[in-house]
Design a protein around this ligand. Sequence first.
Ligand SMILES: Cc1ncc(C[n+]2csc(CCOP(=O)(O)OP(=O)(O)O)c2C)c(N)n1
Ligand SMILES: [Mg+2]
Length: 357
Amino acid sequence: MTITGEIEPVRMIGLHGEATDENRYNRALPDETLRWIYEMMVVTRHLDDELFNLQRQGELALYAPCRGQEAAQVGAAACLRKTDWLFPQFRELGVFVVRGIPAGNVAAVWRGRWHGGLEFSRKRCAPLSISIGTNALHAVGAAMAAQRLREDSVTVAFIGDGATSEGDAHEALNLAAVFNVPCIFFVQNNQWAISVPVSKQCVAPSIAHKAVGYGMPGVRVDGNDALACYAVMAEAAGRCRAGGGPTLIEAMTYRLGPHATSDDPTRYRAQEEVDYWAARDPIPRYRSYLENLDLWTQRDDERLAARSTRLCAELRESVIDTPDPDVNDVFDFVFAEATPDLIEQRRQLGLELAKKA
Ligand SMILES: Cc1ncc(C[n+]2csc(CCOP(=O)(O)OP(=O)(O)O)c2C)c(N)n1
Ligand SMILES: [Mg+2]
């Protein structure tokens, strides 16, 4: 849908799990898909907590938690095909879980052990982009490649409200529109960019409105409503596959935790604001929706809790048990064929290490 001035986000599940009267999108997903979306959100929440704990225990250098953003991430990723390309920023655990990337691989990245842990070629997920906004350009490049190869794949750039202020994001959005590429810009507006509120990033009526200036459809969606996120992404992906070009989606959500494990958000935001959003937690809301449809019971909770516990244990084991990689990986995986400079650097490092041994 093209925005026409209204900024009311698309919402398919009300705050208490009731179906809204939103009828522009398909809500009749198969029961298994509806249940799977919930499972992915709950698993993400548990793994997110475990990653946080692992950092606190000194096992990871840093971690950027996604608590509160599970609906946006899982909803957006769940409607994609495995052949679609993902270009994350750095907070997209829910997207990785949906794509089947083991949380241990994500942990390896935050441990500084293996920066390619998201398996670009096998899982079609680019490495974390700590330089915010840069991944949007990579996504557009990949979409241009898909266009030239006549693939019907879609690429998704996951960026934050803060990243929309970066020149790279502007260039990417404009390029995507001009070349009509199959790229979706999924902006998680979680209200904050570290300690800077979204009011300091954007004074347009919404981030979605900016799509008008680029000449692409813009959609604002309730980012704490997994079904609505799924629906608007499915629509945008369908448009990409039909040659209809890019879409800018703004998912209204909230980062319930700190920016990263080194941040203290109590220094810059009020507890009342956090409480307001905690009461809009996407997970219980979606659970109520499933219960209303008779699609979820307490026995399902028990099964899901066991699954989450197992996945957290696997994550912990993989972090603690896996040996550090060979330092030469730094040189071996830069180019398909090492350049003379890299070969020389590799030789020099080998000599240094031999001295120390
Ligand atoms: C190019 C660049 N400039 C500055 C930073 C420092 N930085 C790290 S995260 C961040 C804010 C990101 O905010 P947002 O895009 O809203 O994502 P969120 O952290 O809310 O998920 C900034 C400015 C960076 N990583 N990269
Ligand atoms: Mg943000």
